[in-house]
Write a protein that binds this ligand. Sequence first.
Ligand code: GRF
Length: 197
Amino acid sequence: MQVKRIAVLISGGGSNLQAIIDATESGEIKAEIVGVIASKASAYGLVRASSHGISTFVIGKQTFPDLKVRTDKLNEILTSLEVDLVVLAGYLSILQPSTIKAYEGRIVNIHPSLIPKYCGEGFYGHHVHEAVLANGEVVSGATTHFVDEGVDTGKIIYQESVPVIEGDTVQSLSQRVLEIEHKLIVKTVKHLCEESL
Ligand code: GRF
């Protein structure tokens, strides 16, 4: 089986990226991360990628202020890398239709809630956990899903829940959810690369 070529898109710390890096290096995921694309130069995930010899790119408002130019550049890089699978791992920009069409059914995202709860516009990062706590939820969790032209609306792939514990803070809940994210993103990418989904 041809080794799948993965591009990982990030905006922040890259702990989900790190989970994928570790799984490809251990052989758990039969694929190669051929590029990491960050929406901003300050994303620590770029450091993680570089330290593992993975090509990195910054495509964001600071580097390409014009949306069309930015979109064309992203599409150009994905094409040049001959990517089979696009993984959004803490990526806070919205992909444009041309990118989604080019990789229909081959773009996945990890979201830190049990979709359809706490997703869509404005529900990212700590905003998700704040809302979960404010609403007194007793469970939360993470979801992987295919990316379509909506925000967090694509077909769900995997979900796993975690308890919300009395006295939880955004920090303690997000940490518990993040551990599940790492597990789910690896499971999702592994199965997509084995085409067993
Ligand atoms: C995580 O909560 C992820 O679900 C969300 O972005 C946050 C940062 O993830 N999409 P990472 O540490 O940058 O992978």
